[in-house]
Design a binder for this molecule. Structure first.
Ligand SMILES: *Cc1c(COP(=O)(O)O)cnc(C)c1O
Length: 499
């Protein structure tokens, strides 16, 4: 399997090169030249397999320059019971007769980013061996909370790599901040930025594009790469859990082989749901992919009208990991739907950059509507849904998952579609405990309580233990307390590398 850029001239590279480069030099994203087909009998053979074995089957055709042993080693090192606190890794919990939840938050940082960021560093190290890269890779990350911690956990102490994370000083929750500033590992750097997420993100992009900085770090034998979802090595492992959930439902006797199911995906950067699109294209029996947004409803508008318009107010919501106005991975979907034609993609992306919006043709819009359905949930609806899910199903869900369930309820009201449905759950309720506790507990009980008091209260109320990754966070030593001005991020990277 070879890879091409969404904006390129059709030049083909291997998966190892795509993973190592992260983003194409022409600004595009790497895409596999074709989509391998997984037949129904092959899906059936996944039923008796472990999560790691299922994942290996999906990775093999995409990473054809890796040996089967290399892939097995990567999945075993990533998906095991010292990294994940559930034996099934990505278990399926059942809410109702035709409704299940795919829990993607049993990894070390309690959000679905672990599903990809536990394996990406291992794939990257193997990729470097394959391309003959003799030096080291420096991963730069700007995070609004979840990606930073998941990337730190994935890359800590990984040989020949180092990682520097920037987070907005005031833009992350107390739990998210403590997760990052207490990070252990001998190759990690964490900096707060005086500014918002956009400042951190722009700063990182600037460093990536700065040849002078690249030259300095090359003297220390480093090259930059990215751990954001623009990297194919982060996207491809996510395809696996769509297949795994389907196999799990067959195993539990809840669906028949070949029966079509819906997946509802709480969406921000369009990475998770795009993996669902690939699964569907590969032959997984999927009816609709339901795209759930919060009040930042750019994608909902795009799917309904074909107009992508980022010129709107950025809203801070109770589902902060979906607060985003530019969904980078949509570019991959557009490239697929144009039949791998970079010309219109280049046009739309340059319009987005210059005027803040673009509109796709009717033909593309119809294709999108045949695959996706979309809506959004407000904060108020999110809180009501958390309460409702507890009352109806005795299930405690986080704010992002609740956006998904709320949007599914809207879909059912409009379509009466009887298909079996899986809500993709992207975070542990304990990760966004303050909102969840406020939704479920009496106002007077939660008033004036710290996030850590609420963690304990939620644990008591739900009879679920606080996950190891969040427990006693406030008691761990702070190892990274540096705050930098947004104009000094480059210096921070250089001083880190010189140490
Ligand atoms: C990152 C994240 C999302 C959004 O996923 P995308 O792949 O960016 O669409 C949703 N929920 C949680 C909890 C996340 O961390």
């Amino acid at each position: 399997m070879f890879y091409e850029s969404t904006r390129g001239d059709g030049k083909l590279i291997t998966s190892a090169e795509a993973i190592q480069q992260g983003i194409s030099p022409d600004g595009g994203l790497f895409i596999p030249e074709s989509k391998p087909i997984i037949k129904l009998d092959e899906i059936f053979s996944l039923v008796q397999k472990s999560y790691g074995e299922r994942c290996a089957e999906i990775l093999k055709p995409y990473l054809s320059d890796f040996t089967s042993d290399e892939i097995t080693q990567c999945v075993n090192d990533a998906y095991n019971n010292s990294n994940f606190d559930h034996p099934d890794i990505a278990p399926v919990a059942n809410l109702d007769r035709g409704l299940s939840v795919l829990e993607l938050w049993h990894g070390p940082t309690c959000a679905f980013k672990d599903m990809a960021l536990q394996i990406l560093p291992r794939l990257l190290v193997k990729s470097m061996e394959k391309t003959g890269e003799a030096g080291n890779i420096l991963i730069l990350v700007a995070t609004s909370g979840d990606t930073g911690k998941a990337a730190l956990e994935g890359f800590k102490d990984v040989p020949h790599t180092a990682i520097v994370v920037f987070y907005p000083e005031q833009g992350v929750s107390e739990v998210q901040k403590l997760q990052m500033i207490t990070q252990e590992g001998n190759n990690v750097g964490v900096f707060a930025v005086r500014g918002n997420f956009d400042d951190a993100q722009s700063g990182v992009k600037e460093i990536f594009g700065d040849t002078a900085t690249a030259q300095i770090i090359s003297k220390y034998n480093y090259k930059f790469s990215s751990a954001n979802s623009i990297n194919w090595g982060r996207l491809v492992p996510q395809i696996a859990y769509y297949f795994s959930a389907y196999a799990e439902l067959i195993k539990q006797g809840r669906i028949q082989l070949g029966e079509k199911v819906n997946y509802v995906v709480p969406t921000g950067n369009f990475g998770n749901i795009l993996a669902g699109f690939y699964a569907r294209e590969m032959g997984l029996p999927v009816n609709k992919l339901i795209c759930a947004s919060n009040a930042n409803d750019v994608l909902d508008e795009f799917i309904k009208t074909g107009v992508y318009n980022r010129m709107r107010e950025f809203k801070k919501t109770l589902s902060p990991s979906m607060d985003i106005l530019i969904s980078s991975n949509l570019e991959r979907l557009l490239f697929e739907l144009t039949g791998h034609n970079p010309e219109p993609v280049r046009k739309w992306m340059s319009q987005l950059k210059q005027s803040g919006s673009y509109q796709v043709e009717e033909e593309i819009r119809e294709k999108i509507l045949g695959i996706f359905w979309s809506s959004f949930a407000t904060d108020k609806e999110t809180m009501q849904t958390i309460r409702g899910a507890y009352q109806c199903y005795n299930y405690v869900m986080d704010t992002h998952t609740a956006v998904g369930l709320n949007v599914y309820e809207k879909y059912l009201a409009e379509s009466s579609d009887p298909s079996y449905t899986v809500i993709v759950s992207t975070a542990s309720p304990f990760k966004f405990n303050a909102s969840v506790a406020r939704a479920l507990l009496d106002e007077e009980k939660t008033h004036g309580k710290s996030e850590f008091d609420l963690l304990e209260m939620l644990s008591e109320f739900s009879q679920m233990p606080v996950p190891a990754g969040l427990k006693d966070l406030d008691l761990r030593p702070v190892l990274h307390s540096e705050v930098v001005e947004k104009n000094n991020m480059k210096q921070a990277v250089l001083s880190f590398i010189k140490k």
